[in-house]
Design a protein around this ligand. Structure first.
Ligand code: KGT
Length: 315
């Protein structure tokens, strides 16, 4: 049953902590009970891991109450550090306390989790003090079933927008894609945040069978305002996949804020849910695979692709 704070809007079903209660129509409830449901979350992480964990647990519990089969948390769900030193200090291994607690949570609630942008200590941590930016999927039994390490690192200077981040200073780039993983809501392909800007990654995941692309993110306010929704919708339209993008929102500490607008997009490019630009919360969306199949059958762009022609003609 959906929680009391669910509000029905033109852009999906959103739970927002500050919004007033509303009612769902019988039609919405019926539709949701037959198709799998994804919960796309919006979080405001700080450097305090305990506070962040408690906030994420509340969202996952709300998602479960709302009938979700799988919950998506954003990049930096574990924490957003206030300095490079702090970011590194707080990092853990996949066998550490944070992921163990999320495994327990998934098992307890029998729910799948997408944990995007976990700060994972690298293989050579003792020597180089570097981390991966890791997206993992945990199944309803609490087992890690997929791990993807962010390939495209955000080394960007936009002086006029006051954006200056050099992710590669402390992060090791991932070297490969992870094959899309079968989940209760469909076949999920994994990306992270800045990866969203590289359509070849999404097409590669599509070729490997993805039906749902996921980009857990912590977009800057400046780049999010300009590019976030148009990029997510473009990835959905060109791959004919659902695109689910959990997001960070608001101020994390004195020096950093994120754009928000955790988004769910269908394979036609329509926005199904949008968490807005200010509140922590989640949007519940049903995943209608019949719609995906119809779109792909009627406009078979994957069969029409001619990449090989372009690459050869460049030689
Ligand atoms: O640093 C952490 O703790 C978590 N990681 C991030 O926040 C990453 C790397 S700095 N952020 C992005 O990739 C923003 C991309 C973006 O904003 C864009 O593509 O426009």
């Amino acid at each position: 049953m959906l929680g009391r704070k669910a509000v029905s809007t033109s852009r999906g079903l959103i739970f927002c902590c500050s919004q007033s209660a509303g009612k769902l129509s019988l039609r919405q409830l019926c539709r949701m009970s037959f198709r799998p449901v994804a919960a796309v979350c919006q979080v405001n992480s700080t450097p305090d891991k305990e506070v962040n964990f408690a906030a994420c647990v509340r969202l996952v519990e709300k998602a479960k109450e709302g009938g979700a089969n799988m919950v998506f948390l954003p990049e930096g769900f574990d924490y957003i550090g206030s300095s490079q030193k702090e970011t590194l200090q707080l990092s853990e291994n996949l066998t550490g306390d944070t992921i163990s607690r999320y495994s327990d949570l998934a098992r307890k609630l029998n729910i799948w989790l997408s944990l995007g942008g976990f700060h994972e200590r690298g293989d050579d941590w003792e020597h180089d003090r570097r981390i991966y930016n890791t997206h993992l999927i945990i199944n309803g039994m609490g087992h890690i079933v997929s791990v993807y390490r962010k390939c495209h690192l955000f080394d960007v200077e936009l002086p006029e927008k006051k954006v200056s981040l050099k992710e590669s200073a402390f992060t090791i780039p991932g070297q490969s894609l992870s094959p899309p993983v079968q989940t209760p809501i469909g076949k999920v392909g994994l990306g992270i945040c800045y990866d969203l800007r590289f359509p070849e990654l999404s097409v590669a995941l599509l070729r490997q069978g993805a039906e749902i692309l996921t980009y857990p993110s912590a977009f800057t306010v400046a780049t999010g305002t300009a590019h976030w929704e148009v990029l997510l919708r473009a990835r959905a339209v060109e791959t004919q996949c659902f695109v689910l993008a959990a997001a960070q929102v608001g101020c994390h500490h004195a020096k950093r804020a994120s754009y928000g607008h955790a988004l769910a997009v269908d394979p036609w490019g329509e926005v199904l849910g949008d968490c807005g630009g200010t509140e922590v919360g989640l949007t519940l969306v049903e995943i209608d695979m019949d719609k995906l199949r119809d779109i792909r059958r009627n406009m078979p762009v994957l069969q029409h692709r001619r990449e090989e022609k372009f690459y050869y003609s460049l030689d």
